[in-house]
Design a protein around this ligand. Structure first.
Ligand code: SF4
Length: 247
């Protein structure tokens, strides 16, 4: 990974974040787009936050870079919204696939549905299908844009709007950090943004098909992810490791 931008001094990062707490996401994106130039991209799973965010980003820069990880286990509804997004925004979506030899070896050794047989197996699968492709995707960037929100729970409650991502060695921009799910939904409806049909079937959070289910009323928004695992604090796949480098 080659990081080329100048690091923002800590004191300045604190000021930026204080200012951005009351700044609309589109203005945060405009700042980030100008600051990082061609070396910033949005990484999208095409969930509700991500489609709303790309609509905002596209209004700032119609050539904004959009990337996604295709784990090869996504629900068909996700592939549909990827196609719809491409059509709507004339977007050149940069798709990152897992490394095929690693997938083949994993499946031959452990089976296709290894993730149901223990957290270690699940993390192995996420590592092969998500984390390694993400590292490849981020390798040419100085910043990535995500649709993370603080009220999604777990460590996400501590995210900054602009933060240094220690795990991957670049900046992470979270313009929707202080938005609620309802605000995102309202934005999507108001702007007729194409969204994943599963959101209207009880899926607030959507990942790979075999690892996501609909949630029941009152359940945590991410309860449908890896629902068979008992630790609610372990519902991350290694893409988002929260560091406190924004305060
Ligand atoms: S979410 Fe499930 S299928 Fe997708 S990469 Fe992780 S363990 Fe594998």
């Amino acid at each position: 990974m080659t990081f080329t931008a100048t690091r923002i001094p800590d004191a300045e990062l604190v000021q930026i974040n204080a200012r951005f707490e009351n700044t609309p996401p589109g203005d945060v994106l405009a700042w980030a787009d100008k600051h990082f130039g061609a070396r910033i991209a949005q990484m999208s799973s095409f969930g509700l936050e991500d489609v709303a965010l790309y609509d905002m980003y596209w209004r700032v820069n119609s050539k904004a870079r959009l990337m996604t990880l295709d784990t090869l286990r996504l629900p068909n509804e996700t592939y549909t919204v990827i196609d719809q997004t491409k059509l709507r925004y004339k977007a050149n979506i940069e798709v990152f696939l897992p490394e095929m030899t690693a997938v083949t070896n994993m499946v031959q050794e452990k089976g296709y549905n290894l993730f149901y047989k223990g957290v270690d197996n699940r993390k192995l699968c996420c590592g092969v299908r998500k984390v390694e492709p993400l590292k490849r995707a981020l390798s040419g960037l100085d910043a990535w844009v995500t649709g993370l929100r603080r009220d999604q729970g777990m460590d996400r409650g501590r995210i900054g709007i602009v933060e240094w991502d220690q795990g991957f060695g670049l900046y992470k921009i979270n313009p929707l950090a202080n938005w609620s799910f309802e605000q995102v939904r309202k934005y999507v409806d108001q702007h007729s943004v194409p969204f994943n049909a599963l959101h209207d079937q009880g899926y607030p959070s959507i990942g790979c098909d075999p690892c996501t289910r609909a949630i029941k009323p009152g359940e945590d928004l991410r309860a449908g992810r890896w629902w068979w695992e008992s630790d609610p604090n372990a519902k991350e796949c290694g893409l988002h490791v929260v560091e406190a480098a924004h305060r």
